[in-house]
Ligand binder design. Structure first.
Ligand code: SAM
Ligand code: SF4
Ligand code: SF4
Length: 367
């Protein structure tokens, strides 16, 4: 097996979908797993392709010119995605995030957003619809995304220094164009814009303060993410992680901050606010302070596999049910059975023993 084959071979690994009774119960709008965690969020990866090659996510050594991305026929169609999304919402999902790969490289993604924006929760409220993007196409697309029904956007930006940023995205993409995308998103009403910065030791840690300074008073929320051991191709080492505690200390020394209350139970980012009223930041500490206890997220891969954890080694093949003529009641019951059996808590168990486990690539499962 060559290096190039490893991620794709992993992606094809499917877990058996549980048996479903002949007359399944209808979704109740409230589903709990074995650790009493609600099914509340759905992340949908709409493509495994990306126009960046961030070194911590899709390194060129693995995702090179001859990498075998999924063929179009393998991808869930927009109709299939919307059908599955409706079933998840019937089970209690209130928040849907489109991701990837780079979601804005999927052709016509606005049409999918329009379809998802029509979905209402059992209480009649529209589902909360957001998207995570590298921002490269946002300046061009923000208005159309908003018009289609997108509510907010999260933009990934790892540095303000152009040389550092170009090296991290590894395709020489300029910072200025991502900043223009963030401005366009805010102008289009996709507010507040969240800005995600993955911090890697010795690579962009010197960008923590410039990024903080840039986004203070902007109305945008800058979130610092610990470099994670997702997938098996990014060469992750614990030594490369800059703990969130250190990020908070460095920022606090320059701009005093204080912890703020979470917006809701299970919020992944720990909120801190600037004492001078300049806004807030978030810290996402998957490595140093795992938050599995409040993890309410399901992930639907580009080809329709359901993953109950970012670090899962295999997913449940919902596409086989969709294309195998199963009705909504059957698929909803399968989703219910999968979630009820869920026991994942990888980040809490992370240790030398988990280092060699099979893990799906971030660009495939969706971050
Ligand atoms: N392409 C889009 C983007 O970059 O925003 C969406 C997909 S990307 C996989 C989603 C998020 O995952 C991004 O904010 C990215 O920085 C983050 N990410 C990717 N690999 C990561 C890693 N190894 N550790 C922590 N965050 C990572
Ligand atoms: Fe692409 Fe996003 Fe991964 Fe960067 S983090 S390579 S932009 S999918
Ligand atoms: Fe959720 Fe898995 Fe991450 Fe824990 S490791 S927070 S269960 S996705």
């Amino acid at each position: 097996m060559t290096d190039r084959d490893v991620p794709l071979a992993e992606q094809r690994y499917a877990a058996p979908v549980p048996e479903v009774p002949a007359r399944p119960d209808a979704p109740t709008g409230h589903l709990l797993d074995r650790r009493a965690r609600r099914l509340h969020d759905l992340r949908i990866s709409v493509t495994d392709r990306c126009n960046f090659r961030c070194t911590y996510c899709m390194p060129k050594s693995v995702f090179g010119a001859d990498y075998a991305f999924l063929p179009h026929a393998s991808l869930l169609s927009f109709e299939e995605i919307a059908r599955v999304a409706r079933l998840f919402v019937a089970h209690g999902v209130e928040k849907i995030r489109l991701t990837g790969g780079e979601p804005l490289v999927r052709r016509d993604v606005e049409r999918l957003i329009g379809m998802l924006a029509q979905i209402a929760t059992p209480s009649g409220a529209p589902v909360d619809l957001t998207l995570t993007t590298n921002g490269s196409l946002l300046a061009r697309k923000a208005r159309a995304l908003r018009d289609a029904g997108l509510q907010r956007v999260t933009v990934s930006l790892d540095a303000l220094d152009d040389t550092v940023f170009r090296a991290m995205n590894d395709v020489g993409f300029p910072v200025a164009d991502v900043l223009a995308g963030i401005d366009a998103a805010a102008e289009a009403g996709l507010r507040p814009v969240k800005v995600n910065m993955v911090v890697k030791r010795g690579v962009n840690e010197d960008q923590i303060l410039p990024m903080a300074e840039r986004f203070r008073h902007s109305g945008h929320i800058l979130r610092f993410i610990e470099f994670m051991d997702v997938g098996t191709s990014n060469g992750w080492r614990l030594d490369d992680v800059v703990p969130s505690g250190e990020v908070a200390r460095r920022i606090g020394e320059r701009f005093p901050i204080a912890p703020a209350e979470p917006n809701y139970h299970g919020e992944v980012a720990e909120r801190w606010r600037y004492l001078d009223g300049a806004g807030e930041i978030g810290l996402i500490s998957s490595v140093t302070q795992p938050f599995c206890g409040g993890c309410t997220r399901a992930r639907l891969s580009t080809e329709g596999k359901l993953y109950t954890c970012l670090f899962a080694g295999s997913g449940y093949d919902l596409r086989a049910l969709l294309r195998g003529g199963r009705d909504d009641a059957h698929i909803a019951a399968a989703i219910g059975a999968i979630w009820r059996a869920r026991d994942d808590r990888y980040s809490e168990l992370r240790s030398a023993d988990t280092a060699g486990l099979r893990r799906i690539e971030m660009s495939y499962i969706g971050g």
